[in-house]
Design a protein around this ligand. Structure first.
Ligand code: FES
Length: 358
C-alpha cells in the first residue's frame, strides 16, 4: 500500500502539523494567548489530550481494525484500492462527517456520553487545542476513528490522508479565536460568498454559537450546530442556527470546578465538586411542581425550563444538558406579573394554561 502523498511519505502528518502551527502562530500574533485566562489544568488537558489522541488512541484503533480485518476477512483487504481518488475522498468525508455529527449530537442528548464530551464545553475561551478537549473514553468510542481504520483496511488510505488535512483545516479554523470568517460578513458584496461558505462548511461564527453559554444572548445554541466539517447535516436534521455573530460568553451554563484528571479520565476518576455531572453519585432530580409561579418580570430575555430538572424553576439553569431537551426562549417587552408553568404540561409554554389541574 502506498502511504505517500504527492511522492512525500507522511505528507498528511506534515500538513496537519503545519495547520496547527499556522493557527498557533496566528493566535500568538493576535495576542489571544497573552490575554488567555486558561489555567495550567486547561493546558495540561488540552495539549495532553491532543498528544494521547494522536500518538496512542488513533493509531491504536486503526492498528486494531487493520489487525481484525486481516484476521477475520483477509480477502477484503485493499478491495477498494482501485477506486477513483476523488470519489473515494468524497465518500470518506461524507461518511466520516455524518458519523461525527450523530456522535456529537448524541453526546449532547445522552447523559452518559455528555459526561465524556462535557470537558469540551468547559473551556471558556476558544483556541485550536480546545478541539481536542474531551475525555479519553470519548475518543476511544468515536465512530470516525473506527471508520478510518476500516477504510484504510479496504484501501482508502490516500483519500483518508487528504480528507484529514481538509477536515483539520476546517475544525481547527472553526475553533480558532482568529475568526477568519469575519471578513465575509463585513462587506455586503461578500454576502453571497458568506452564504455559500456557511451553508457548506463550519465557520467560526457557526461553531462559536455551539460553545456559547446559553441561548439567552440570541446568538448561542449549545444544543444545536453540531456539525464538524460540513454544516449540511445541521441544515438537514433541523439543528442549524446561522447568526454571523459570536457569543461573548463561552462555556457551560452551569460551570463546575472539576480537576483536569476527572475531566479527562472520567469515569475512572470522578470530580470532587458534588454539583458536577461527573461527581460520584450525581443525579438529576425532578423539580416540577403542579402550581405555577406568579412572578414579576422586567423587560428582557428569559429561558423557561422544559426538562423539569432545573433547580431554579421555572427558569432553566443548564441542567438539561445531556438530554434531548432545551429551554424555551421568551421575551418580556413590558414589566409585569406572569404565571409561568412549573408542571411542564402546558400547551402554551412558558405560561400556565391550567393543565396542572387536569
Ligand atoms: S434546565 Fe434547561 S431546560 Fe430544564
Amino acid at each position: 500500500m502506498d502511504k505517500s502523498l504527492f511522492g512525500i511519505a507522511n505528507f498528511d502528518v506534515y500538513v496537519v502539523v503545519g495547520i496547527l502551527v499556522v493557527f498557533g502562530l496566528m493566535e500568538v500574533f493576535a495576542g489571544y494567548l497573552k490575554s488567555s485566562k486558561r489555567e495550567s489544568g486547561d493546558w495540561i488537558q488540552e495539549v495532553g489530550s491532543f498528544f494521547v489522541l494522536s500518538v496512542l488512541i488513533k493509531p491504536g484503533i486503526i492498528l486494531a481494525v487493520l489487525g481484525l480485518g486481516v484476521w477475520l476477512a483477509p480477502s477484503f483487504q485493499y478491495v477498494w484500492a482501485d477506486w477513483n481518488l476523488a470519489i473515494m475522498l468524497v465518500f470518506f468525508l461524507l461518511i466520516d462527517d455524518v458519523l461525527q455529527y450523530w456522535y456529537h449530537r448524541s453526546a449532547h442528548e445522552y447523559e452518559w456520553l455528555w459526561r465524556l464530551h462535557r470537558p469540551h464545553h468547559q473551556a471558556e475561551e476558544m483556541g485550536f487545542f480546545v478541539s481536542y478537549r474531551n475525555a479519553a473514553l470519548y475518543y476511544l468510542l468515536m465512530p470516525n476513528i473506527w471508520w478510518i481504520g476500516l477504510l484504510t483496511f479496504l484501501g482508502g488510505a490516500k483519500a483518508i490522508a487528504i480528507g484529514l488535512i481538509l477536515k483539520q483545516l476546517v475544525i481547527i479554523g472553526s475553533h480558532s479565536p482568529t475568526k477568519w470568517d469575519r471578513v465575509l460578513y463585513k462587506y455586503p458584496w461578500l454576502n453571497p460568498l458568506a452564504t455559500l461558505v456557511e451553508r457548506i462548511i463550519i465557520t467560526p461564527a457557526f461553531h462559536f454559537a455551539h460553545h456559547g453559554r446559553s441561548m439567552q444572548d440570541g446568538i448561542s445554541d449549545p444544543n444545536g450546530n453540531y456539525g464538524n466539517m460540513f454544516s449540511i447535516w445541521d441544515q438537514l436534521f433541523g439543528t442549524a442556527k446561522f447568526t454571523r455573530q459570536y457569543p461573548t460568553e463561552l462555556g457551560l451554563q452551569k460551570p463546575t470546578n472539576d480537576h483536569w484528571s476527572a475531566q479527562y479520565l472520567y469515569p475512572a476518576i470522578t470530580s470532587e465538586d458534588t454539583n458536577s455531572n461527573i461527581a460520584r453519585g450525581f443525579t438529576k432530580e425532578d423539580t416540577t411542581v403542579s402550581a405555577p409561579s406568579l412572578i414579576q418580570l422586567e423587560p428582557g430575555t428569559y429561558l423557561w425550563c422544559q426538562c423539569g430538572k432545573s433547580k431554579q424553576q421555572p427558569f432553566c439553569d443548564g441542567t438539561h444538558h445531556g438530554s434531548k431537551h432545551k429551554p424555551l426562549v421568551f421575551e418580556v417587552k413590558r414589566a409585569g406579573k406572569v404565571r409561568l408553568c412549573n408542571c411542564k404540561k402546558t400547551g402554551e409554554g412558558p405560561f400556565c394554561d391550567d393543565s396542572h389541574l387536569a
